[in-house]
Ligand binder design. Structure first.
Ligand code: WTA
Length: 650
């Protein structure tokens, strides 16, 4: 996408917060908000220092920010703090141990509840079980787990002993797990036998077994029993986690963690090469997750908060686990699919548990729209008071549907823009302050100095598209890419000469200063809110014996935002058949995971290239989208290629 394309969106509807919402909101006074925002930008040390002091420190910090080694920030220098204490011990110590922390529903309808006191005890037992198998501070532990309470236990147990967790989304393939385990040098894996998904058991442990073939670094695979599917057992390596945890003490002293000790790695797709292990550290990450959860979701003690994201993504890390628990919230966790056993399952859960805050993704919202209003409206949604969305731009039509049908025109919507790299929400309405506009993420959050600039780094005028950059460091920013400082600098800081953080997104700002995110400007695709790199999918395709060359582009898709369209040239003597197209789709699923499965394979005799040999992706994007090809093609190496690609379409 070219950042200088003028956006065609011209949305003029505005929805100010209702007086009723404002009356109870944590932030509702515009003057107070302006003062706080100004302070957060002009005096970040004062602002963030004050927020950070609300957290339970094991040792106070000496300095708020050290930016001298730019772009490698150090926040809350000299402090010590353990995430699990902030999420658990502090609430128990304050007499809130009896409050419900997690309400869990399995897909088949089984359920569990944990109070804060129970969660603390279980986390300690799990932490002691990890220790009993030799896991220690600084070790990397991969998690490949379903949405069950044990994934929260596992993350917090790692945090408690200072082990670095690397959660791998349960939809990834064995090969993807292997790449991540090897890149992170993981020494242990935590998984489950299987998970319930769409009425069936999805095996997990067998995928881990396959992933670990030939991997020497992993000494232990901890297995949680969930689906009772048959699994193989490697004695000496595999242990039942709950059995081991049951034998442990319910107390485990939290490891004193330096503010800048690594808390977790989370792999995400970049525009080139293999996935990057985004590295987040302890105190800054917590401060960002804590404050944004508190204000963006306007959390109150009586809320029942439900973020539907899988814990395998950053949204699950920050807004299922760390942010809400640090705020002492009650969190709903659901294992399964939104349409199992019927398309109203989510709304049934909302009614049953009296969910007050719901945070989900545009792709899910569009599915619900398609399934029909009646599946939503037949359940009572009067408990809902706030709705959120994240992961991709939301089209105004879906936004309006979310507001009127789901929220009965009562609930404010927070459209939150952020990234794995930012750790916490960066551009968002504040529900008691901001008048929202359908499709806009509105204004930067506290401390976020966002701007839209052109190729030369000049700010563009209102209404004009450009690159979205962040000009100041913020506490929950990534501290690097695991094992690859150079790639960190290159990917995020080189575009504007080291001055600003480059998000990879295009955006525009309107006359009111509201941000409208236009999507990625690099070769990263966003399919159902999942980031995928065109390169990764291309190399998976090329690894198939019949494929010579492949180019993958996104085309707009009503449901998933973008869909993968692959242009493929095959070897001599190979025949382009629907069966081969199917086989290639399967191959990509096997190599990366189902989420990367192309929606469409188009065979071509050759791919259109510039004279210097670069594949002309913009042109392929136009073809994939069925748009008239208007791009200048004078640098095309072979005009006939273009002609043939177009003929294929007809
Ligand atoms: C996109 C997910 C528009 C964006 C938290 C970003 C959004 C990428 C929004 C990060 C939003 C996320 N509006 N686009 N509200 N939220 N995006 O790392 O392109 O999985 O760069 O983090 O998703 O995806 P990631």
């Amino acid at each position: 996408m070219s950042p200088d394309i003028d956006s065609v969106l011209n949305e003029t509807r505005r929805f100010p917060p209702s007086a009723e919402f404002q009356a109870r909101a944590q932030l509702s006074d515009p003057a107070q908000y302006e003062r706080l925002y100004r302070e957060s930008i002009e005096d970040p040390d004062a602002f963030w220092g004050r927020v950070a002091r609300e957290l339970p420190w094991q040792q106070p910090f000496e300095r708020v920010l050290d930016w001298s080694a730019k772009p490698f920030a150090r926040w809350f220098v000299g402090g010590k703090l353990n995430l699990s204490m902030a999420c658990l011990d502090q609430h128990v110590a304050a007499g809130r141990g009896g409050r419900t922390a997690i309400v869990w529903e399995g897909e088949p309808g089984d359920s569990e509840r944990y109070t804060y006191a129970e969660l603390l005890a279980e986390v300690c037992r799990t932490a002691n079980a990890l220790k009993a198998r030799g896991v220690k501070k600084g070790d990397r532990v991969a998690l490949y787990m379903p949405m069950i309470p044990e994934i929260v236990l596992a993350m917090l147990a790692c945090a408690r002993i200072g082990a670095i967790h690397s959660v791998i989304f349960g939809g990834f393939s064995a090969q993807s797990i292997k790449d991540r385990v090897l890149d992170g040098g993981c020494t242990a894996v935590i998984t489950a036998d299987g998970s319930w998904r769409r009425g069936k058991v999805l095996p997990l442990k067998p995928v881990v077994d396959e992933a670990l073939l030939g991997v020497k670094s992993v000494h232990t695979v901890f297995v949680v029993q969930r689906a009772a599917n048959e699994i193989e057992w490697q004695s000496g390596r595999d242990v039942w986690l709950s059995e081991l945890a049951r034998k442990q003490s319910a107390e485990c002293a939290p490891e004193p963690m330096d503010s800048e000790d690594t808390l977790f790695l989370l792999y995400t797709s970049g525009s080139t090469g293999k996935p990057k292990g985004i590295r987040h550290t302890t105190a800054g990450y917590l401060v960002g997750a804590y404050l944004s959860t508190k204000y963006v979701f306007d959390l109150r003690p009586d809320d029942l908060y439900w973020c539907t994201a899988d814990v395998g993504w950053i949204t699950g890390h920050s807004y299922v686990v760390y942010g809400p628990l640090a705020n002492g919230a009650t969190v709903l966790l659901y294992e399964g699919a939104p349409n199992q056993p019927h398309p109203g399952r989510f709304w049934e859960l909302v009614a049953k548990h009296k969910v007050t805050i719901l945070y989900t993704a545009p792709t899910a919202i569009r599915s619900f729209m398609r399934w029909g209003d009646e599946h939503v409206t037949r359940f009572d949604r009067s408990s809902l008071r706030l709705l959120g969305t994240v992961g991709e731009p939301i089209n105004p039509e879906a936004w309006m549907w979310y507001r009127t049908v789901v929220g009965e025109s009562r609930c404010p919507i927070v459209d939150t823009w952020w990234q794995t790299e930012t750790g916490s929400i960066q551009i968002t309405p504040l529900p008691g302050i901001t008048a929202t506009k359908p499709g806009s993420a509105t204004r930067p959050f506290f401390g976020v100095d966002a701007a839209i600039v052109d190729e030369q780094g000049h700010e563009v005028p209102p209404g004009k598209g450009g690159y979205l950059v962040i000009k100041k460091p913020w506490p929950s920013m990534l501290r690097g890419i695991w094992g690859d400082d150079a790639r960190y600098v290159e990917t995020y800081w080189s575009k504007f000469g080291g001055r600003w953080y480059f998000t990879g997104d295009g955006a525009r700002r309107d006359e009111d200063g509201y941000f409208w995110i236009m999507g990625r400007v690099d070769d990263v695709l966003n399919v159902s809110g999942h980031r995928l790199s065109t390169m990764e999918v291309e190399s998976a395709l090329v690894s198939h014996a019949d494929v010579v060359e492949a180019a993958v582009v996104g085309r707009p898709d009503e449901l998933t935002g973008e869909a993968l369209c692959a242009f493929v040239t095959i070897g001599p003597g190979k025949v382009a058949t629907p069966a081969l197209a199917e086989a290639l789709k399967e191959h990509v699923s096997k190599e990366i995971g189902k989420l990367a499965r192309p929606a469409e394979i188009r065979f071509a005799e050759a791919l259109p290239k510039t004279r210097s040999g670069k594949i002309m992706r913009r042109l392929l994007r136009d073809i994939a989208a069925g748009r008239e090809v208007t791009q200048d093609t004078t640098t095309l190496e072979d005009y006939s290629v273009l002609a043939r690609l177009r003929i294929e379409e007809e």
